[in-house]
Design a protein around this ligand. Structure first.
Ligand SMILES: [Zn+2]
Length: 354
């Protein structure tokens, strides 16, 4: 029981950003690499921020302006709703009206990003195992005009090897494929062992929906790059080669490089990769294809996108040319390619703004 609680809290801590320090974006020096889009940034809503504080995790509530100030000058960002965290906080007794809070969190990302609709791209999120999941996915798409959907399997307790879970995720993939909703999935969960079998399950599912646009967070792991993450990624690359019809799988680099600049509370329990680990990861992403790799900072794991760019550049063994290729990725060239999204102003009814 104790262990279970510990794992639960650890998962919360691991996957949740901690302190947010607003860093004024400085003009990039002309010699440095220019990141066009940060594909993985979190926003913290008042409900979730306050509940996390009660758990002893001092998170600052963030606004759209905070996010704008946290990306390099001129960069865009995909901004992830924190609604997926609500069910776990409800399990801790820190939130009582779960679905209402989920709705408020998804409304929050929508409203905050609407002010900067030419720069910030809002994604909704849910716990896919909940009864309200579908209703909320539809609401995010139809009412809030959110551009994509984030799911976090560790936080939501999802294991694709569990047939019941697999079936629920399959239905969401079917809906996302049909309605052209890009997904961002953090697949690694607390079930042991994690690795090849999980990659095979995912590819088996994607083979049913080969057009689905999907971004896998943290190279399919959960930060750092340990043996399980390596095994997962190696299998994923092999399996996708055997399924050339699956065309739209992207991997993000967020959270992979851990340095002492990363928030220690978040990095706790996640081994810092060695130079050899980074070499292995680099070899696998080259094999996967750098045109399918996107850069994300996972702030506030790091205080700002620039801090993660610095940590990444210093530790991850890619050439400048390779980095440049990855940094030039945009949603329009990758996850949103061929989709008719209006990344323009969104009308919001008053009730969303409360
Ligand atoms: Zn993240």
């Amino acid at each position: 029981m104790l262990k279970k609680t510990f794992i639960g809290i650890l998962t919360v801590v691991l996957m949740f950003p901690l302190m947010v320090v607003t860093v004024n974006a400085e003009q990039c020096d002309s010699n440095s690499l220019k990141l066009r889009t940060d594909f993985h940034k979190h926003i913290i809503s008042p409900d979730v921020g306050n509940a996390l504080r009660m758990l002893g995790i001092p998170l600052n509530i963030m606004t759209g302006e905070d996010i704008i100030n946290n990306v390099p000058h001129g960069s865009k960002a995909i901004v992830l709703s924190d609604a997926y965290m609500v069910s776990r906080l409800a399990d801790y007794g820190l939130i009582s009206d779960e679905y209402e809070t989920v709705k408020r969190s998804n409304n929050y990302v929508s409203v905050q990003c609407a002010v900067y609709s030419n720069k910030l791209i809002p994604y909704g999120s849910i716990n896919p195992l909940k009864d309200y999941a579908f209703e909320e996915i539809e609401r995010c798409r139809e009412e809030l005009n959110l551009k994509g959907l984030k799911m976090h399997f560790a936080n939501s307790g999802v294991d694709l090897k569990n047939p019941e879970h697999f079936n629920k995720i399959r239905k969401i993939f079917a809906y996302a494929s049909k309605n052209k909703i890009p997904l961002l999935v953090h697949q690694r969960n607390v079930e042991e062992p994690y690795g090849s079998a999980d990659a095979k399950k995912l590819v088996g599912l994607l083979a049913q929906y080969p057009e689905l646009k999907i971004q896998l967070a943290h190279l399919g792991g959960w930060g750092g790059f340990d043996h399980a993450s390596y095994e997962y990624l190696q299998t994923l690359v092999q399996e996708l080669k055997a399924h050339p019809e699956i065309k739209n799988v992207y991997l993000d680099l967020s959270g992979v490089v851990l340095t002492d600049q990363a928030n220690p509370a978040l990095a706790e329990g996640v081994p810092t990769p060695t130079a050899g680990d980074y070499q292995k990861a680099a070899a696998l992403i080259r094999d996967f294809g750098l045109d399918k790799i996107v850069f994300g900072s996972d702030t506030p794991l790091y205080n700002s996108t620039d801090d993660y760019i610095e940590a990444f550049s210093e530790n991850f063994p890619l050439t400048k040319k390779e980095m440049k290729k990855i940094f030039e990725q945009t949603p329009d060239k990758t996850l949103f390619k061929g989709l008719k999204f209006s990344i323009g102003p969104v009308e919001h009814s008053r009730r969303h703004c409360q």
